[in-house]
Design a protein around this ligand. Sequence first.
Ligand SMILES: Cc1cc2nc3c(=O)[nH]c(=O)nc-3n(C[C@H](O)[C@H](O)[C@H](O)COP(=O)(O)OP(=O)(O)OC[C@H]3O[C@@H](n4cnc5c(N)ncnc54)[C@H](O)[C@@H]3O)c2cc1C
Length: 446
Amino acid sequence: MVLTVLKCFNKTLMKPPFLPIWKRRFLSTEKLDDKLHCCKILVVGGGTGGCAVAAKFAKNFIKCDIIVLEPSDIHYYQPSYSLIGAGVTTLRNSLKPTIAALPENVTWFKDSAEFFCPFECSVVTKTKKIIKYEYMVISTGMEFDFDKIKGLKEALDKYDNVVTIASPQYAEKTYCGLNKFSCGIAVFTHPKELSKYNSLNMCFLAEHYWRMNGKLCGTKIFYLTAACEIFPVNKYATSVNKLVKKKNIVACLERNLIEINPKDKTATFEEVQNPKERSCMKYDFLHVTPPMKPVEAIKKSKEISNEHGFVDVNKGTLQHNTFQNIFALGDCASLPTSKTVFATNAQAIVVHKNLTSYMTGRKLKACYDGYAASPIITGYGTCILAEYDYKLHSKETLPIRQERESKFAYYIRKDLLPKLYWNWLLTGKYPRTAGFGKLFSWYKKK
Ligand SMILES: Cc1cc2nc3c(=O)[nH]c(=O)nc-3n(C[C@H](O)[C@H](O)[C@H](O)COP(=O)(O)OP(=O)(O)OC[C@H]3O[C@@H](n4cnc5c(N)ncnc54)[C@H](O)[C@@H]3O)c2cc1C
């Protein structure tokens, strides 16, 4: 043990001279014993945010300085799930092995965080290993809470007419469900809790699919959401409401799905304002967006989480409100904005800048303004590209009227964004998109 520590120390002194002092390694990923591992930067979660941040730091550090703690062997491009559900793409085209998604110059630790000990600067893993860090970035995402809706899991596993695009396990089943549906009542739901995707996408895609296949005659489509508006930003909500009307979709607000009885084909909803008020609805096809919940390890590590179980960070700097050497981004962070890939990318840029400043004792200057991009797919070939900030002001990138349906936006969503994701975002090269918006704003005003 003593020998190993000495080895670590020697290696530190022998660092290449071109690395500035703050980038040098004072701890090593080498095992001090079977249970204890050390690193300079620990990235917890190797999904969208974890990969993007790790890739940015990997350029200036050596392999054993950065540990990415990630349990999954596969990295999924989650925004593809709605297009998988609509039969436009396949699951195969939307994943990569984690080893290929992670930057080369980092150490992948295949395990998951079980408990965070921020006072000791360490994380205990599921297999009871301890990882000590100097700085930590958390990006563990959110989990689906299938059990919160009574009967949902059984219905998804056993019945063809109850579907969801929420997870890779069920996304392909959704397309089978669309095909098997002949006519009747089709219901699409959106939960009360935070969600990381827009259920409207699947509702619009299904309507278009059935229209193309002559199945709309004798069909009534309902969209029941627990939210109090159809979309949080007025500019886009106006267009979405018009489309809902045009497509004869019945939208009901403030209705929260609580139970499914797949044998009787009934779904029970509670009124959000008055939960005792319940209503039952018959369905022939049901697409559910399950509620989401924070990751258990964060929720139970009370020192780092807020009362809702999200990592308690400053919404501008993304630095932890108590522990300055901890930063968080993505779905697990306590940020009052939409949980999307390009929100996470904008946050990765801020985390990289601010953590670098913190390491060198400089002031944290980068500030995240809540930027989120949330494309609403309105059919096979059309899309509204919604982009906005914390204040729900639009923050657009393209020289087009983004609140209108467009083929160009659909092409971007379907073909361009996945390429940008794999080749630019995960490799830490992707710039902050909203920056282009300023370039085009003069054109839009014309
Ligand atoms: C169905 C669906 C559709 C979506 N559609 C869109 C869309 O159209 N546009 C858009 O921009 N975004 C969309 N999103 C959201 C987007 O994918 C997420 O916001 C984004 O991936 C968040 O990145 P993240 O790093 O926070 O989380 P993730 O990318 O989910 O990564 C979290 C990682 O942490 C790991 N992890 C979990 N627990 C632990 C633990 N205890 N210890 C260590 N690691 C752990 C997980 O294995 C995972 O790899 C969609 C998501 C879903 C599910």
